[in-house]
Design a binder for this molecule. Sequence first.
Ligand code: RIB
Length: 289
Amino acid sequence: MTLFNLGSINLDHFYEVPHLPAPGETLIAESHQTGLGGKGANQSAAAARAGARVVHIGAVGSDGAWAVNRLNELGINTAHISTVKAPTAHAIINVDPAGENAIVVFSGANMKQSLTQLKAALLTAKRGDMLLLQNETNLALEAATLARSLGLKVVYSAAPFNAGATKALLPLTDLLILNAVEMQQLTEATNSEALTPATIVVTEGSKGGYAITPEGEQRFPAFPVKAVDTTGAGDTFTGYLAAALHEGQPLESALRLAAAASALKVTKKGTADAIPSRADVEVFLAAQT
Ligand code: RIB
């Protein structure tokens, strides 16, 4: 079983700042680091760290070979990542002492996915495989339409939130994953109409979160940890959840595994490189009472 992910690939620039900048304010950063990021790449990394076979569909510029190499090192199939005539995307990530962040993304190559490449990738999929999507690339709607016609399950992490894209993708989505703010935005955008996906998972940071399923609502826990960087926590949750469901775990244990992975992520600085291994997550979970 394979998890296909049409996803962004970013060069993340992290700046540790004394507080998140206010309008008009210039701040001196205390440190600067770089690493692989992008909600798509992070989710592929998380699913691969969880043990899934992952095929990443994406695009980089001629300056992006390092990112493809890093995805390969993480065990991700990169055969469907193309090199296009646009710079590799990057993100400016300010992180404050509490681990909170503010992010600006320059999309570059992420918005230059080609339909030919997308079709070539998805036509290798088998019925029952999974497609993962976010809102950081073009062609998400085309990908979901094709994936559904091929019998794939569509998992959609509607971030960064975009009302138009999300409303268009909802009828094609089997599992929708949002944070609490995005859920509020979606409720407003749809005038609280019934949402069509079979299952919706809402993450609430240090409060855990809940899943809405046809059988009802179930909460999942948060695990108390000392947060140093919350960047990529949602992506870690999504990748782990998709991988656990794909391997056949019941929703309750998949949610618990994803919440534990996400808790461990926030104890480390960085994004794709800071996502914990399945073994570390299992040890962490076993130590919980
Ligand atoms: O969710 C975190 C990610 O958002 C970062 O890796 C950054 O690249 C942006 O896409």
